[in-house]
Write a protein that binds this ligand. Structure first.
Ligand code: C2E
Ligand code: MG
Ligand code: MG
Length: 303
């Protein structure tokens, strides 16, 4: 049931008040790419979704899907990104682009982030049993939010998840966004350096869409840049995008950073990226996000 539909078993609670009708109209208008980050939905609806999300976390009904990441040279899966999924019993699947910004307005995101780290490391530790992965260490990438960086929480969560799961630290990578890093505070730098010292990788997600200056690439202990799919979409025909992508690849190579191209959907995009020396990619061409069981099959078949 979409977000704007009332839950059937409690009709009295869902009489069509003007506020609810406004929420419903807005929700409808914004489908499918609802963006609560822009504050376009009412405070009441945001608060209700936040409470329901807390309930889902506590009831253990959140899930992770995994999207394979492949080495462009040979097409083999070399890892996967964990992507959070919330299937609401009444409202149906709610996209992370909608519920993550709600969670990010409170400490809820810290609790969710801790659960994602524990779950992803536990599942990835199981991939080691997979014979296809013997030569290629499969890295699991986990998205983290700015709030987790506060007060050293992220470092504690990472250390705990690694200890509980037994996953070798080099098989975990954290995805950070440019906006999280823009302040470049001493606290952030220290936390990230401590995480790198554990042996965990750090990737800059959605590269090119945020506010980061090039000095972020220099100052932070990153190993990977994830090139946002906005630059990949019109490859190889768009002259500006081809120039930008070549330039990013050049900078990354010079700084010894790996580039992962996001949102690769066509063979032409794959060929272009491979030709300019991009090492890795993710996208529907190689595999959509799916439950761990499906990913294990993908990894077993080598891509
Ligand atoms: P992201 O980290 O950039 O994740 C990649 C998004 O691109 C995913 O959307 C994925 O399904 C989508 N995608 C992958 N390949 C293709 C493609 O070829 N074409 C197109 N059009 N899309 C593709 P999803 O799963 O809806 O996630 C959206 C965002 O939600 C993520 O963007 C990430 O910022 C956030 N997110 C997801 N899981 C978590 C989490 O556990 N914690 C935090 N803090 N954020 C999360
Ligand atoms: Mg990501
Ligand atoms: Mg991304």
């Amino acid at each position: 049931m979409p977000l704007d539909q009332p839950a059937p078993e409690k009709p009295a609670q869902y009489q069509a008040t003007p506020a609810r009708m406004a929420d419903a109209a807005l929700t409808q208008a914004l489908q499918p790419s609802l963006d609560l980050a822009n504050g376009q939905l009412s405070h009441a609806l945001r608060r209700k979704l936040g409470q329901e999300l807390r309930g889902a976390l506590e009831a253990g009904t959140l899930a992770l899907h995994y999207q394979p990441r492949v080495t462009l040279e040979d097409g083999r899966a070399c890892g996967a990104e964990a992507l959070l999924r919330w299937h609401h019993p009444k409202r149906g699947n709610i996209p992370p682009g909608l519920f993550i910004p709600i969670a990010e307005t409170s400490e809820l995101i810290t609790d969710i982030g801790g659960w994602v780290l524990r779950q992803a490391t536990r599942e990835a530790a199981g991939w080691a049993q997979n014979p296809a992965l013997k030569q290629v260490p499969a890295v699991v990438s986990v998205n983290v939010s700015a709030r987790q960086l506060r007060g050293g929480v992220l470092l504690r969560q990472v250390a705990q998840a690694l200890e509980e799961s037994g996953l070798p630290p080099e098989r975990l990578e954290l995805e950070l966004t440019e906006s999280m890093l823009v302040d470049g505070s001493a606290d952030t730098l220290l936390t990230l350096a401590a995480i790198r010292d554990l042996g965990v990788g750090l990737a800059l997600d959605d590269f090119g869409t945020g506010y980061a200056s090039l000095s972020v690439l220099k100052r932070l202990p990153l190993n990977t840049i994830k090139l946002d799919r906005a630059f990949v979409r019109d490859l190889p025909h768009d002259a500006e995008d081809t120039a930008i992508v070549r330039a990013v690849q050049g900078i990354a190579s010079a700084l010894k950073l790996e580039v992962v191209a996001e949102g690769v959907e066509t063979e032409d995009q794959r060929a272009f990226l491979s030709n300019i020396g991009c090492e890795e990619a993710q996208g529907y061409l190689f595999g959509r996000p799916a439950a761990a069981e499906h990913l294990r099959r993908t990894l077993r078949s080598g891509g």
